[in-house]
Ligand binder design. Structure first.
Ligand SMILES: O=C(O)[C@H](O)COP(=O)(O)O
Length: 229
């Protein structure tokens, strides 16, 4: 039996302000730092240790991972940072307050933008300062990989190749893996691992800073999953 740990970053400053974040690189809030520390303490209490870590290119996930690894005295393990695990790119919604957006466009539309796997939020243009092509960290992406907006299906389309090409080989070599990522990149992965329908993934909410353990069989099929307490 193989065990992996999925972890959504601790609360960010824009989670606190209730703003669409996506690829905006905002820091953890004070509570977010505490959540990350508590996640590390929980993992320690349950005797978890890791051989390799995967995270996104966004500081809220990277810092959460580092705080956890510090608690475990595991800062030395190799870690791979990848844009594939970034939050869903929220297009022109990035930076907007979620309640104000619901007042303007209606709750039904905003709920679709947030949770319908096939509904894309309004796109930005390449001249928008939020365009990832302006950001050094994405300089090696192909033009077609730089999003203007993403629905959950698009996010699944970039998370799963990385899962198959980088994470599955590590798990198959019996490496103990932790993945520190985001609400929607983890929903993408969980949709796959749990074989969820579109309706089921729509209802899936993942709490910040709470380690989620997946136990997998030798074919990497899910046996069970649970949050650490
Ligand atoms: O990018 C964001 O705003 C959040 O991390 C996830 O937001 P959601 O719950 O609205 O998808």
């Amino acid at each position: 039996m193989k065990k992996i740990v999925l972890l959504r970053h601790g609360q960010s400053l824009w989670n606190l302000e209730n703003r669409f974040t996506g690829w905006t690189d905002v820091d953890l809030s004070e509570s977010g730092y505490l959540e990350a520390k508590r996640a590390g303490q929980l993992l320690k209490k349950h005797n978890f240790n890791f051989d390799i870590a995967f995270t996104s290119l966004l500081k809220r996930a990277i810092k959460t991972l580092h705080i956890v690894l510090e608690e475990l005295d595991h800062l030395w393990i190799p870690e791979q940072k990848t844009w594939h695990l970034n939050e869903r790119f929220y297009g022109a919604l990035q930076g907007l307050n979620k309640d104000e957006t619901a007042e303007k466009y209606g709750l039904e539309q905003v709920t679709k933008w947030r949770r319908d796997p096939d509904e894309e939020p309004p796109a930005i243009t390449k001249s928008d300062e939020r365009y990832p092509g302006n950001d050094l960290r994405y300089q090696f992406l192909k033009p077609e990989e730089l999003p203007l907006t993403e629905n959950l299906s698009d996010t699944i389309g970039r998370v799963l190749p990385f899962w198959n090409e980088a994470i599955v080989p590590a798990i198959s070599m019996n490496e103990k893996v932790i993945i520190s990522a985001h609400g929607n990149s983890l929903r993408a992965l969980i949709k796959y691992l749990d074989n969820l329908s579109n309706e089921e993934v729509t209802a899936l909410e993942i709490p910040t800073g709470t380690p989620l353990v997946y136990e997998l069989d030798d074919n990497l099929q899910k046996l069970r999953h649970y949050y650490l307490e």
